[in-house]
Design a protein around this ligand. Sequence first.
Ligand SMILES: [Zn+2]
Length: 215
Amino acid sequence: MRLILLGAPGAGKGTQAEMLMKLYNIPTISTGNIFREHISKNTELGQEAKKYMDEGKLVPDELVLELVKDRIVQKDCENGMILDGFPRTIPQAKALDAMLEEIGKPIDSVLDVEVPDEVIIERMAGRTVCPSCGASYHKLFKVETVLGICNECSTHLIQREDDKEETVKKRLEVYHAQTKPLIDHYQQQDKVLVIDGVGTVDEVRARVKKALGVN
Ligand SMILES: [Zn+2]
């Protein structure tokens, strides 16, 4: 099973990826991990990628694709793989399609885990943390005894920059702008499975399985 997994930050994509890895005995592949592996092993491709990263530049698509191809032909991808965070653009998607076609391993499905922005904002923006002991709280799911004060050490709770509503909204905007064309691209190939990502982990898991035709 060869999958592309799409979902906004905070949509619970990671949890579903773990389930799919076990279900199909396939690895999750992210370009970040591939880069790190090649760089730590000091391969030729890794050195080349590092050159761009050190200069703060994007690694060119051609090189990314070569790295992805090198990963996909490895033995643990025999049963397939989950691509997470790649492709991000239409040129990348087209290049990926062509490469997978060439090695006879086209993408089977694109799983799009959808959670309305308001729900993601509520999930993320409700979080506070204790700057002293690191305990975390949530205004809906784990409320502190005295509002704004850590149960463990009585320090004033703070909201991390990443969890602020404005930050979350910005990140979601970027995600949607980037992802919409990809969804259109794979919809033309009739490969997109939209999953309702609102609900418990088990509920979402059941929907993913149903969409993939697994019991
Ligand atoms: Zn504390």
